[in-house]
Design a binder for this molecule. Structure first.
Ligand SMILES: NC(=O)c1ccc[n+]([C@@H]2O[C@H](COP(=O)([O-])OP(=O)(O)OC[C@H]3O[C@@H](n4cnc5c(N)ncnc54)[C@H](O)[C@@H]3O)[C@@H](O)[C@H]2O)c1
Length: 346
């Protein structure tokens, strides 16, 4: 099929081409880097060339059956939905819990023969992370998938909360994530069998919550850490994803907003879990499940770009800075997203 290419396609191809050229000295010469700077003044529209390969990292966990997953806060809500989806796909599943009374009801939702275990684990406890990994290794061998899902939904305004309120939210929603990464990434590198880290952020990690400034800030941080890790780990066998759901039917939502929670308007947690599984299998950097937020995201991205002053800039400064601040994950991700996909679940 000879489909006509859109302007966006052509722009992507051009960036990939330039990115490829930028990797070689010959390419730099062809672009006239250095020599051209004196002749051609920098200005709007002459962006520095980002160094990227235009090639997505192959999915490290395309095959999940028989591999082992750990889900923080895995015995309720979205975490439980993820645990069920992973167990249905044949993974060994370890659910972290902090409330004993929530374990038995959660285990009842699994099918006979599925390998599911619950382990007590508080994500803010650093020594606890070391013990947890040792316990998982003892029971199932290597760990392959870390799901940072535990979270507290502090619906408090950033303008009103005190420092202790910030500490509590940051401790679970952000510190809990890097505590886990610090322990699991060395293990993933050591076994080299392919591994993945997926973190449950929120649509609040893309768009500020009207009365949830604290939550928003922690969920933006959750997005940032997964993007940074994707960039750093691109040439390893470790993938990363950030899951940004809108409303999912959990107790959390019911207690936070009875009006919303009482209606079956929210997504079923198992569906959310299946969407996470699909994202892991495909090594998606961003896993979105609620397309209704796209216009809001568009407005935010547009506002950010519209805020960049249309001024010329010193090319030498741009070159110096782009050695530190290029954007390697995004062009590969755009190429990756052009691959046709039959489903976004499972
Ligand atoms: N439900 C939604 O609509 C929605 C939307 C967007 C994002 N999220 C996010 O999804 C994740 C799961 O939330 P949920 O809605 O399923 O609610 P939930 O309350 O059922 O799940 C939160 C889980 O985190 C656990 N947890 C809390 N503090 C912990 C700690 N210190 N250590 C270990 N576990 C801890 C809880 O025990 C619970 O199991 C959260 O990160 C939340 O921010 C939820």
């Amino acid at each position: 099929m000879n489909k006509q290419k859109s302007g966006q396609d052509l722009a992507l191809e051009r960036r990939q081409f330039l990115g490829g050229l930028a990797l070689s000295a010959g390419g730099m010469a062809l672009l006239g880097a250095g020599a051209a700077t004196a002749a051609e003044p920098a200005g709007p529209g002459r962006a520095p060339v980002a160094v990227d390969t235009g090639v997505s990292q192959p999915a490290p966990l395309a095959q999940v059956a028989g591999k082992t997953a750990y889900i923080t806060g895995g015995n309720t809500g979205i975490g439980l939905g993820i645990a069920r989806a992973l167990a249905n796909a044949g993974m060994n599943v370890v659910m972290g819990y902090i409330q004993e009374d929530q374990v038995a009801p959660a285990l009842k939702l699994f099918k006979a023969g599925q390998n599911v275990t619950a382990m007590r684990h508080d994500v803010t406890d650093r020594d606890g992370w070391v013990k947890l990994l040792a316990d998982i290794n003892a029971k199932y061998g290597n760990l392959h998938l870390l799901v940072n899902n535990a979270g507290i939904k502090t619906l408090r305004k950033a303008s009103e909360v005190d420092a202790k309120g910030w500490d509590a939210a940051v401790g679970v929603n952000f510190t809990g994530i890097y505590n886990g990464c610090a322990v699991c990434i060395p293990h993933f590198k050591a076994h080299g069998q392919g591994a993945h880290i997926v973190t449950t952020s929120s649509m609040g990690g893309m768009l500020p919550g009207v009365t949830a400034g604290v939550y928003t800030a922690t969920k933006f941080a959750a997005v940032g850490i997964m993007e940074a890790l994707r960039m750093e780990l691109l040439d390893t066998t470790i993938g990363t994803s950030v899951f940004c759901p809108g409303g999912v039917s959990t107790d959390n939502i019911v207690s936070a907003d009875p009006a919303a929670g009482t209606a079956p308007l929210m997504m079923d947690p198992l569906e959310a879990g299946e969407r996470v599984l699909n994202g892991v299998r495909n090594n998606d950097l961003f896993i979105f499940s609620h397309p209704e937020f796209k216009p809001g995201m568009q407005q935010r991205f547009d506002a950010i770009l519209a805020s960049v002053p249309p001024e010329s800039f010193p090319e030498a400064r741009a070159k110096a800075q782009t050695r530190v601040l290029t954007a390697p994950p995004y062009v590969p991700e755009l190429a990756h997203r052009k691959q046709p996909r039959k489903t976004y679940r499972g």
